[in-house]
Design a protein around this ligand. Structure first.
Ligand code: SF4
Length: 376
């Protein structure tokens, strides 16, 4: 059976954060039932014959990721239902990784017990910061204290694979606040940390504040210094950096995200979910209404050889493992010439081309250069 990953999107939140442009909406409780029914229908569709075969019998689910939105904002019974249904209609590997994304302000021991019974193996909590002032300015619904409570509750419920998402480069954030956030995250004893630099997305309240001059973003140098502080603090605490923004204790890398970076097959279910199946990309409708009216498998595109080359270079060089040069040549018949202009930004070792710490800071520019060199 072919390996497959499932992404299931839950587009509901308690309130909209100031920086968020994800497909997520607060205050839609009356649509929860309808939405989960639509998800069940979508899974049933995939379990019978489709253009890509049948989920049941032909694919084995290695990882599943229930993201959002805030999947922990809805009744836990819905999450159990969708996992039960997915397991019933497809084949899951015995050691499948099943991640549930959540917000520390929405967890209870009862919900956590239900997730555990449903087979969730990994929790990914949006912590963002341990500074209450910054959390308020981001529009988060939880306090720093609630992050600690959520991790402790999760551990008491039997979860031993927990990620915290953190953000740096926030308006008004000092290096001391960022260092404190990192220290507090480490002190909670979690196994995985994702640290993202804030990207101000157009159309969000945060973008308006920045435009009006009410929020001032740190300069690039400060943001890079924050990233270096992150690498430093986390490496001392035994977290290995395995992707630009991701750090894990040994044995706790997120297998699901590795599938994205390695371009494995994944099927996205739910509103705004994206898929890569047998070198075809497609996605579901971005709005709840369109999804509920049947907006699925849109903009289906068969990737050309050039698309695959570009994606492979772009995604693999995000990881610290890097690009497998032997496999790259076997798949595409391409080799990289000597590139003295990239000295200090890339290194080639043991058959892998990987970006140095400095190279990862300017990954987009390095990827463009690598692709340019390949074209010659
Ligand atoms: S909790 Fe996450 S998905 Fe929901 S609004 Fe905030 S950032 Fe967006």
């Amino acid at each position: 059976m072919k390996p497959l990953s499932l992404y299931i999107h839950v587009p509901f939140c308690v309130q909209k954060c100031a920086y968020c442009d994800f497909a997520s909406w607060p205050g839609r409780e009356r649509q929860w039932r309808q939405y989960f029914d639509a998800l069940m229908t979508e899974i049933r569709h995939w379990s019978v014959i489709t253009d890509f075969g049948r989920l049941s019998g032909q694919y084995c689910v290695q990882t599943a990721f229930i993201g959002g939105g805030t999947p922990t904002a809805v009744d836990a019974g819905y999450i159990k239902e969708i996992i039960d249904q997915s397991r019933f209609l497809t084949t899951f590997a015995d050691d499948a990784e099943i991640t549930l994304e959540g917000n520390p302000g929405t967890l209870t021991p009862e919900k956590l017990a239900t997730y555990k019974r449903a087979g969730v193996t990994r929790l990914s909590l949006g912590a963002q910061s341990f500074d209450d002032g910054l959390l308020r300015s981001l529009g988060r619904i939880h306090t720093a204290e609630q992050i600690g409570e959520a991790v402790r509750m999760a551990r008491d419920a039997g979860f031993s694979n927990i990620n915290l998402d953190l953000m740096y480069g926030l308006p008004g954030q000092t290096m001391a606040q960022w260092a404190d956030t990192l220290e507090q995250a480490v002190a909670l004893g979690v196994q995985h940390i994702s640290a993202y630099s804030l990207i101000v997305e157009e159309g969000t309240p945060m973008a308006d504040r920045v435009q009006r001059g009410e929020a001032v973003l740190p300069d690039d140098e400060t943001v890079n210094a924050m990233q270096r502080a992150c690498i430093d603090v986390l490496s001392k605490a035994d977290f290995g950096r395995y992707e630009i923004s991701n750090y894990a204790k040994p044995g706790f890398q997120c297998r699901h995200n590795l599938v994205y970076w390695n371009r494995g097959d994944y099927l996205g279910l739910g509103c705004a979910a994206h898929s890569l199946m047998q070198e075809h990309r497609f996605h579901n409708a971005d709005t709840l209404e369109e999804y509920l009216s049947g907006g699925r498998m849109l903009d289906m595109e068969r990737l050309t050889a050039r698309d695959r080359v570009e994606e492979t270079v772009m995604l693999s060089t995000r990881t610290t493992r890097g690009l497998d040069l032997g496999r790259f040549y076997a798949n595409y018949g391409l080799r990289f010439p000597a590139m003295p202009e990239l000295d200090g930004l890339i290194e080639i070792q043991g058959g892998f081309l990987r970006l140095t710490t400095r190279g990862l800071e300017v990954q987009n520019a390095v990827v463009l250069k690598l692709l340019e060199v390949l074209e010659k």
